[in-house]
Write a protein that binds this ligand. Structure first.
Ligand code: NAD
Length: 496
């Protein structure tokens, strides 16, 4: 028997440049184009067009909502076991298409293959986790007068709207589906227009694995998002993206109806290093926490590294050395540690922040420019960048860059560093590094953020809630509270 040779994912990505993929929307279980035309999508690593998706319209959203409504009653009427079985079948189908999804994820986002492989696995795990939680959709009985039985039941909202950010294309879509569907809702989802291809394949998978209309994918830009937000019968919205868009969504939704929203927004997260921290581990953690693996394009990046004066110079030197040694390159290469930035516009934003940092007197330790070499001539590349002597009033210390730029700030008094860490309107994650557990816990409790690592960074746990304080968001994802957040609680009184 002759051995069959399969093209590698890299070869398949190159083929997409010759024959771009036309991804379609999924509405009511059918693939659909749009009267709105098409949006091209670019491989950030090469700058070449690799696909197109429909530029959806308000009419497409209307059709998707109608399809989701038509599917919802029967979906919610399934027994918990039946719905869990369908969800697990959906997870199995995603796992069976893992390579096809991985190809689109890497080619469309510029993120490294190792990072994206982890995302796809996390999507599958997440669906299975919520499928397993179905029996927890419980109400309660509440004591009162002896001639009445008071109880609550949990009911789905109906149609849920999900609008996703670009940085983890598939995960940001699936994260809005898993709990919502298990709770008995159906969904209308808009992926980011910057990397929509994997979501179009997810739609194809859902059309086969789930009853038609349970998952509807409408591609497009802000107009599609806005039509979902303003649809009067989409009463539960879940959004992941920037704080600016999150606030616009709150305003816009409130003009048409009273809606329940969860918002997973940006961050400018503090990482506080005490003098007794384990500096060997810290030098790696500062790099991992900054999420250079996603080119810094991650909401949870610990982008403000506050280092105590007594260890400042040593930490700066070690962190800069580690950043400099990161392997930037082809996202399809297994050894790549940092890929390409999502777009030319986003790279320009990063370059502007770097210019502002220099102008304001920050000291560039490493990076600060585009990498050199033939492989970087096409696409949107930038070097891992670290600034020292950043002060709290500088622009790079206050604004979310969403790029590979780490700021190192100096501190002397605990009260002062906590105050500075808390001085921004963001409050997503934070890290505290010290061997003094009392100090660690005191500091962690004082930080106004929704998620804290102590002597660690950048990890998550399946059921540990994730979400932001202040302008970093509303609501929590991941645990049982997320499942409940997709239900309304109905109280009943039974007269005995
Ligand atoms: P973005 O806010 O620009 O866009 C997010 C989504 O909103 C896109 O699908 C976009 O088309 C849509 N949109 C834009 N305007 C809209 C409008 N007026 N109405 C409805 N929808 C609209 O964000 P982005 O650039 O895609 O993502 C980066 C941001 O996302 C960063 O701020 C990052 O921190 C944040 N983020 C947060 C989390 C989290 O869990 N907290 C996770 C990932 C990303």
């Amino acid at each position: 028997m002759t051995q069959q040779s399969f093209p590698s994912l890299r070869e398949r990505a190159a083929a997409l440049e010759r024959a771009p993929r036309a991804g379609l929307m999924s509405i009511g279980g059918e693939l659909a184009e749009s009267a709105g035309g098409w949006i091209e999508t670019i491989n950030p690593a090469t700058g070449a067009c690799i696909g197109k998706v429909p530029a959806g319209t308000a009419d497409d959203v209307e059709q998707a909502v109608l399809a989701a409504e038509a599917a919802q009653v029967r979906w919610a009427d399934l027994s918990v076991a039946q719905r869990a079985q369908a969800m697990n079948a959906f997870a199995d189908a995603i796992a069976a298409h893992a390579d096809d999804l991985l190809l689109l994820e890497v080619a469309d986002s510029g993120n490294s293959i190792t990072g994206m492989r982890g995302d796809i696995k996390a999507c599958v795990d997440r669906i299975r986790y919520f499928a397993g939680l179905g029996y927890e959709l419980q109400g309660s009985t509440i004591p009162g007068e002896s001639d009445k039985l008071n109880l609550t039941v949990r009911e789905p909202y109906g149609v849920v709207g999900r609008i996703a950010a670009f940085n983890h294309p598939l995960a940001m879509v699936v994260n809005g589906l898993a709990a919502a569907l298990m709770a008995g809702n159906t969904a209308v989802v808009k992926p980011s227009e910057q990397c929509p291809l994997s979501a179009t394949l997810l739609g194809e998978i859902a059309n086969k694995a789930l009853p038609r209309g349970v998952v509807n994918i409408v591609t497009g830009g802000a107009a599609v998002g806005s039509a979902i937000v303003r649809h009067p019968r989409v009463k539960r919205l879940s959004f992941v993206g920037s704080a600016r868009t999150g606030m616009a969504i709150q305003r816009s939704a409130a003009e048409v109806a009273v809606k329940s929203l969860s918002l997973e927004l940006g961050g400018k997260n503090p990482f506080i290093v005490f003098p007794d921290a384990d500096l060997d581990k810290l030098a790696d953690a500062a790099i991992v926490g900054m999420n250079f693996i996603w080119q810094g394009q991650s909401c949870s990046s610990t982008s403000r590294l506050f280092v105590h004066d007594s260890v400042y110079d040593e930490v700066c030197e070690r962190v800069a050395r580690n950043a400099e040694s990161l392997r930037v390159g082809d996202p399809f290469e297994e050894s790549t540690q940092m890929g390409a930035i999502i777009s030319a516009d986003q790279r320009k934003r990063v370059e502007d922040y770097v210019s502002s940092a220099k102008a304001e007197g920050a000291r560039l330790l490493t990076g600060g420019g585009r990498p050199e070499g033939a492989q970087f001539e096409r696409g949107f590349w930038y070097t891992p960048t670290v600034f020292a002597d950043v002060t709290p009033e500088m622009k790079i210390a206050r604004e979310e860059i969403f790029g590979p730029v780490l700021s190192i700030l100096r501190w002397r008094e605990v009260d002062e560093v906590v105050k500075t860490a808390n001085s921004l309107d963001y409050g997503l994650t934070g890290a505290v590094w010290t061997r003094d557990i009392s100090q660690a816990l005191r500091t962690a409790r004082r930080l106004q953020t929704g998620y804290i690592w102590i002597n660690g960074v950048a990890t998550g746990a399946r059921a540990l809630p994730f979400g932001g304080y202040k302008n970093s968001g509303i609501g929590r994802e991941r645990g049982i509270e997320e499942l409940y957040s997709y239900t309304e609680e109905k109280s009943m009184q039974i007269f005995l």
